[in-house]
Write a protein of this length. Sequence first.
Length: 317
Amino acid sequence: MSIGKIKILKNRFSGFGFSVILGMLFLISPFQSWSQEDFQLKLWYDKPAEKWVEALPVGNGRLGAMVYGDPQEEVIQLNENTVWAGGPNRNDNPEAKKYLPEVQKLLFEGKSAEAQELVNQHFISKTSHGMPYQTAGNLKLSFPNHQNYTEYYRELDLETAVTTTRYRVGGVGYENKVFASHPDQVIVVQITADKPGTLNFSATIDRPGGAEVSTENGTLKLHGKTSDFEGIEGKVEFLAITKIQTEGGKITSEDEALKIQDANSATLYISIASNFKNYKDLRIDEEAKAEEYLSAIEKKESEEIYKTHLEDYQTYF
């Protein structure tokens, strides 16, 4: 019973009558058989995202992804929390210390406008005003002949932190699930078809400003460097690795793409790391770090990764 309905009852009945009815509701509620639908916490849509703000987010605090849910040209925009433009630098104004006593004096005298003027002149940075966050890249999954789809549905389940996209093409049902695991520090993409040998797609990755992309042994790599900003040289280097495993079918490399043919299902494991150590130190080996995350899950099944993700997430949800 909604709050609105309770308010209507309160208007219709006396205080005593309302108390009796409310008491009856509390008595029977433990035995009421509620459908699961009553408690679902889902954002769901009947068409793919056309722009970034319509994509569905997943993340684990360090890694993030925006999932567009396009059946033919899926885009999963990737983030890693240390991928920022520029590099270590100082942008404090050296004049600030000299003028601090005068600003304090003006404030105590109630002359806030004059104090603000001094702050604007001598406290605000004369160099950079902070570095902007940048994307790690766009993972693109192209499914041939999937433009004429039906029964489309996509959702973000807030209880599990998983996005799901479902649709049908040519009598085959396809499903794409994405989640970001905090315990294992990877993003997982699970793609299935309900008929054996009908999953075909190619995977590529790019980012604004360009990057070095390579493929090898079912692995797609993007090695990038952030851009300059406000005169500060871009020095954050990072590596995004997408490793693909399939059930059935085969994986081949074509230029800067991986091609999956005649598979039953495919699982993509995405690992991203940068050379960022702290605000003044960029000496982490990003390649070794990104590979380390993948090596740690090498012997784990995707079901186990999902289970530990769910257990971890629901301690906070």
